[in-house]
Design a binder for this molecule. Sequence first.
Ligand code: EPZ
Length: 417
Amino acid sequence: MSYFAVKGGKKLRGEVSVCGAKNSVLPILAATLLNAGENVIHNCTDLRDVSSAIKILKHLGCGIKREGKTLTVDSGTIKRYDVPEELMREMRSSVIFLGPVIARCGKARLFAPGGCELGPRPIDLHLSALSKLGVKIEYRGGEIICEAGDMRGEDIVLGFPSVGATENIMLAATACRGTTRIINAAREPEIGDLQEFLKKTGAVISGSGTNEITVVGGKTDKRVEHTVLPDRIEAATYLCAVAACGGEVLIKNAVPEHIKTVISCLSDAGCGIEINKNGVLVKSDGRLKSMGKIVTMPYPGFPTDAQAQLMAAACKASGTTVFCENIFENRFRHTSELLRMGADIKVSGKTACVTGTDTLFGASVGCTDLRGGAALAIAAMSARGESKIRDIYHIDRGYERMEEAYSSLGADIERKE
Ligand code: EPZ
């Protein structure tokens, strides 16, 4: 199994560009089923989760061609409406295919993705919304069997602004007669990117970025060419890495608006962060102050997907930083590995209390999940001595060759077999 060999203590200097957002390209790939035609998607990062989504599209009958960062999906011929369990289990967010398969085929047989490293991943909000839109759902033994009855637009009130449920409803509602309003919709930037993609297919949809999205059912048969927005969590990961290691890095195409809570926390911790026409310039001497209290919330609050990476930086910040993880039930698994590197972290329920220490020490650690793995890479790069980071397949799900990106900034990090 491959692993990262890291020699810590190097400052990070130079400039980088962030890739296309994983959490945008995944729902957009599912949406390519809607137009029964050609979809050209630019800035499509080469990630394990993207490969999993491509496998599902191919299984359903789509033609796929990749040329560098451009993916062309031809959904003209769909041969099936079922996705086998092993394909569904490769990626937790594969439930996003439910809405578009029903919209395109009028029926669907998929499997619930099941729990993951972050805790149980229920899909009750997805299923209750789809049934309100007129989809007949049988859910047994993890298999979801759907038959689209007379699908009519409805007002759907989400008990929680779930990103995936918002996306699934947007996708299914394009096939409903009449208007669907999603109330208490998720407001993440990736929802906006999906809305722009759907509008290019001919969908009549508005409201992304607010807590109410409106979809008027109708034709979605136009050819689409779309460029995926930059990955705000990859940008946040770079910010946390420079904060922890010290140095000066220009993140060329980050969207400052999308990472303003992370920028604010790191500025409070003593980093110099300048937003200019070239991007986001972050400077740090590697000696941070406590960041106070970090509370993860739905967008525009502090992103849960950057919690682990910021914690890695907080491990060496003077004073105490308290993290409250409100989105997932089990998103502190990286703390046990950070403790092996000398961190001082006390976890109680959804709160983790980090007391900064002068130094972290290289160690042999294992990734527990995607963002936890990124946190271990940051900690190892900022530690004294050598680290071995195992199970880096977690990291490969959401970062394209992370070791190359950070080596280009001066880190001593290598992928080894
Ligand atoms: C998306 O996951 C992202 N994944 C996650 O990023 C991200 O952490 C999450 O949104 C929150 O921002 C993709 O976009 C592919 P949710 P999703 O539905 O849609 C509960 C990463 O690291 N819930 O907003 O699954 C759920 O259990 C990944 O890139 C229900 O209870 O997130 C969780 O506690 C990790 N019932 C909370 O809501 C449901 O039907 C947030 O889930 C659905 C969700």
